[in-house]
Design a protein around this ligand. Sequence first.
Ligand code: ADP
Ligand code: MG
Length: 480
Amino acid sequence: MSFEALGLHVNIIRALTDSGYTKPTAVQEQAIPAAIEGRDLMVSSQTGSGKTAAFMLPALHKLATAEVVTYDNTKTPNQERQSARSRGDRPRFQAAKPKMLVLTPTRELALQVTTATDKYSAYSRRIKAVSILGGMPYPKQMQLLSRNPEILVATPGRLIDHMESGKIDFSELQMLVLDEADRMLDMGFIDDIEKIVAATPPTRQTMLFSATLDGVVGNMAKRITTEPLVIQIAGSASKHENIQQRVHFVDDLSHKNRMLDHLLRDVSVDQAVVFTATKRDADSIADRLNIAGFAAAALHGDMHQGARNRTLDALRRGQVRVLVATDVAARGIDVPGITHVFNYDLPKFPEDYVHRIGRTGRAGRKGLAVSLVNHAESMHVKRIERFTKQLIPVDVIEGFEPKKSPAPSRSAARKPNGWKPGDNRKSGGGAYGNNKPGQRSFSKPAGTSTGNGAGPRKEGGGYKGNRSNDSGARRTFGDY
Ligand code: ADP
Ligand code: MG
């Protein structure tokens, strides 16, 4: 497949050749023709897969074809003001009327998108793209807007300021892009986004890009798109490959509690969610952890919505470090600081396991999910493994060895039913799973775990297992 075959304008092809792009990436191959047709898109695809060009190339194509560019942008703002003056009008600022709006979570990303756009539109002279960002001096922003750019790239907060002061008019907007939508939601931009979307014409084409289309992002995507084409390019994020998983066997409750305390004290724990089977346990464990000096809070279905919201806000602000929750609370939690998920109890259903561990590793970050399991629950672990088509390595922490231990070496032979080596991605396939030698192992509490490196279990847990050889990667990361 070539860029020509996707039907792009020759000026764009020329720019791509200059940029050294020889063929479209997977996401571009699927998104570009549909976007040219005018379809709405919901796209999940991993970082670095070429999403910017996937929305910007079809947009540039549409803007470059005359039918779309309808308004007269040949007059400079000064000429506009002069002709307004000669008509006897008071000179005033003409609101910018962009054809395309790209929303991004951060200034850095907005600048990246604008730079890429300049590159792709190097031969499309009439098309201007500008970024409107927080922190940019106000006169500079006004000057950029006064050029009446076709393409506006902006972070939501600053854009709202300009909308409210009448500097931007979306009545001619044809295309709306939400880039890294999941991150924008993580950053709390949902209300701003809703407001911006409401200010655009319902006839617009909407394209949403995200690392995941689950949960809150998916719901928003469905709300703001019309009959979207859903494109999901399998990648590490959708398979949770950036989340390392581990099982620790425990003998009894006291063993389990001591192990939990120990794991929570690991320096790599930024914020954590501990899942319990019952609301009572959620409350009592949160109390116990608070007494032990953790900033812990409970979250479960018996709490009033107001209390739940306050707890989640405190979690988002980092005031709560350990959230102790039941499954009912599991799905909505979307906090980037959560580095660890602990299953104090295993979930009743394997699909809940997947939702639980998805609370960590948000937006492509690394995460660690640890399950504390009684020997009697081994079958339960196997069911989860069958469901996820992934093996969960068993690990042993020095000083916390279970008395009754399933020999670690045996665990290497455990395979879920229907699992074949060929089912798995090849070693090092994930963008996040590989620790460089010398890098601090995410999962290893300093000097305590024997699961990595020189311990008895060479092929076992920790990100290191993935870097070293095929078998490590194979056992750790399978397909969902
Ligand atoms: P994403 O938004 O999916 O993380 P980007 O759009 O930022 O990815 O692209 C990642 C990198 O890949 C950029 O450096 C971009 O220039 C490059 N790139 C994008 N598409 C192609 C292509 N078709 N061929 C070669 N390089 C590409
Ligand atoms: Mg991107």
